[in-house]
Write a protein that binds this ligand. Structure first.
Ligand code: ADP
Length: 610
């Protein structure tokens, strides 16, 4: 038995969620909603024609009309019935694709949420869980976001059917009607209880089946064969097999017994319901002179009436389940974004000065600060290097600077103003970057560099940036040059670039974006030493007209920067030019010596091996 979870009140009720999906459907696909209405009307109408056909036949026979007249009546009824059925089937069929479309529109909303949400949310475990749950609700044709429309449609048909039949049955004794309602409702709830029991105890059966499966696989697995023989595990496995079978048998027996009693009650209820209705109607015919055609009509109406009730309850049950699922989807879509998204623009300036003022930062779900009381001003046009050991907090520092995270304490200032007051999307426009993880899209190289569609790409600028990033020769050697497609998983004829080439491509993309601040997070990590050296030589060109912040754990690679900031023990340990820091003889100098020694030894070793 699963432990009972504490029930939380759903964020939206069935009615609110039904209105929500129907409103979205109306806004995105009106014809689908109109088709739903047509199916509803045609279904109720077809059911009424079916109800009146036998009554009319009996009436005509009683009135002793000619065979031709009878045949005409039956033909007319059949044609009308056929028309309604055809209308129903056609519009039901035409709804299939639009319903898939509705599901895909929720897929799109989920994707949009993931793409647009604050970066900080992506690292939160509850956001990740909410994403996974939401994605489960849009992944196949049985998903609630698609199946709910059929459910709403049948639910409305049942309600209208119920009301119409109730109107027809007003002449009937209310006690008989109450009996019909009671028997149907009790049958429904008993069946639901058994299904719930099977669902709740499903784990017991699954446990048995899993164990059986494991023993069966182990028997067939050669790697188990030796141990089974040497350790005499055979009998023991057989015992587990038998005990697992017993678990499954007991579970199924219990389920069958419960099912039997429900079926038995169902039959009893049907007997009671129909017996009482029959007896009552026969009494009406014999005692009150109810015409036979009325008898036929009312009898069929009573059976139909109980079917409508059953259908209402079943559909409501399903709708309730879908509604709970939709709550999860909507909770995900409503997941709060904390950054400012109100569109507040940043005042245009000739230069931008960035400042971290007493900034401390702790990642969500952790307790230790990664950075503590950082004070750092970065002037316009400056070439700043951030160095430190792996895990020192260098990436975190630039992510705070560019607004991907907000400090836990302290503030980030742009030209003296806290960046929180600006629209975060606007703030991101100030930055361009090469991060450690690459994000290549399945489009052409030029489109990747420009981060834009083909028509908007400035090919001259693409060329310049490829030259600056030292990737132009490679791209020119490709058959389709900068129009070559990327990502083999999507484009079969896509080109493959090495890690170093991809990193240079990312650099070209960063240079293409005309932003005043350039962030480079270990941009040479995937480059060979020659390419790396070339990049240092051209660094002035790369960062021309921009403020640049260059992260590296290799101290030798930062000598060309104006200022070096060394992060250690969550703080700025040292700050200055390469010469100043070497003269200081502190952590930087120590690390620099160790690293140069290591690289020298590696080079010598490499030379000896050659
Ligand atoms: P560096 O760039 O100097 O190698 P980072 O800034 O990437 O260091 O990481 C600093 C510390 O923060 C590391 O201990 C790392 O494990 C931790 N860290 C990085 N990202 C996260 C995250 N999303 N959640 C929790 N801890 C993180």
């Amino acid at each position: 038995m699963k432990p009972k979870e504490k029930k939380q009140k759903p964020t939206y009720n069935v009615w609110q969620n039904t209105v929500y999906v129907m409103k979205n459907a109306w806004q995105t696909d009106k014809p689908m909603v109109i088709r739903m209405m047509v199916v509803i009307i045609a279904s109720v109408a077809a059911s009424l024609v079916q109800l009146y056909l036998p009554k009319t036949v009996v009436q005509l026979v009683t009135d002793q009309v000619t065979i031709t007249e009878l045949a005409i009546y039956i033909a007319v009824f059949s044609v009308v019935l056929g028309l309604f059925e055809a209308l129903k089937i056609r519009h039901e069929m035409l709804q299939q694709l639009p319903r898939v479309g509705q599901r895909l529109s929720y897929c799109e909303r989920i994707n949009n949420k993931i793409l647009q949400t604050d970066f900080v949310n992506l690292g939160k475990s509850d956001f990740e869980q909410a994403t996974q749950k939401a994605q489960l609700l849009v992944n196949n044709n049985d998903s609630p976001t698609e199946a709910i429309f059929a459910c709403i449609q049948t639910f409305i048909i049942s309600i209208i059917g119920f009301l119409v039949y109730l109107l027809l049955l007003t002449s009937i004794n209310p006690t008989i009607l109450a009996l019909v309602v009671c028997c149907t409702v009790i049958s429904f709830f008993l069946r639901r209880k058994v299904n719930q029991w099977i669902h709740d105890n499903d784990e017991i059966g699954t446990k048995g089946w899993n164990r059986l499966g494991f023993i069966y696989d182990a028997g067939n697995d050669a790697s188990y064969a030796k141990d089974i023989r040497l350790f005499a595990l055979g009998d023991w496995l057989q015992d587990i097999y038998h005990s697992s079978r017993k678990i499954i048998d007991d579970f199924q027996k219990q389920g069958c017994t419960k099912q039997f009693w429900v079926d038995f009650f169902d039959a009893l209820a049907a007997f009671l319901r129909e017996g009482a209705a029959y007896a009552y109607l026969i009494w009406l015919v014999l005692d009150r002179g109810l015409p036979v055609d009325q008898f036929v009509l009312l009898f069929a109406a009573i059976a139909g009436f109980s079917n409508w009730i059953l259908s209402i309850l079943e559909q409501y049950n399903t709708l309730h389940k879908y509604s709970l699922d939709l709550c999860r989807l909507r909770e995900f879509l409503d997941y709060p974004d904390i950054f400012n998204h109100d569109g507040t623009k940043i005042e245009k300036a000739d230069s931008y000065t960035l400042e971290l003022r007493d900034v401390s930062f702790c990642y969500d779900g952790t307790t230790k600060n990664v950075l503590e009381h950082i004070n750092l001003t970065i002037h316009a046009g400056e070439k700043l290097a951030v160095v430190g050991l792996n895990g020192a907090g260098k990436t975190t520092l630039i992510q705070l600077l560019c607004g991907l995270y907000d400090p836990t304490e302290g503030e980030v200032l742009l030209n003296g103003k806290n960046i929180k007051q600006y629209d975060r999307g606007e703030y991101y426009k100030l930055f361009t970057a090469v991060f450690q993880d690459f994000s290549i899209l399945p489009i052409s190289i030029a489109e990747n560099i420009a981060s834009a569609e083909k028509e908007q790409v400035d090919y001259k600028r693409v060329e310049e940036c490829m030259e600056l990033a030292d990737i132009a020769d490679k791209i020119h050697s490709l058959p389709e040059k900068e129009n070559s497609l990327m990502v083999k998983e999507v484009n079969l004829d896509a080109v493959s670039l090495s890690g170093g080439e991809t990193q240079r491509l990312m650099l070209a993309r960063a240079l293409y974006k005309n932003a005043p601040i350039l962030l480079l997070d270990e941009p040479t990590a995937a480059l060979d030493p020659i390419a790396e050296n070339k990049m240092y030589e051209h660094y002035n060109n790369l960062s021309k007209g921009r403020t640049s912040i260059y992260i590296s754990h290799r101290l030798a690679s930062t000598r060309f920067c104006d200022r070096i900031v060394m992060i250690a023990d969550q703080k700025i340990a040292e700050m200055g030019t390469h010469a100043e820091l070497m003269a200081l003889g502190g952590k930087y100098a120590e690390l620099f010596e160790i690293q140069s020694q290591y690289y020298k030894e590696n080079v010598e070793e490499g030379a000896e091996n050659e």
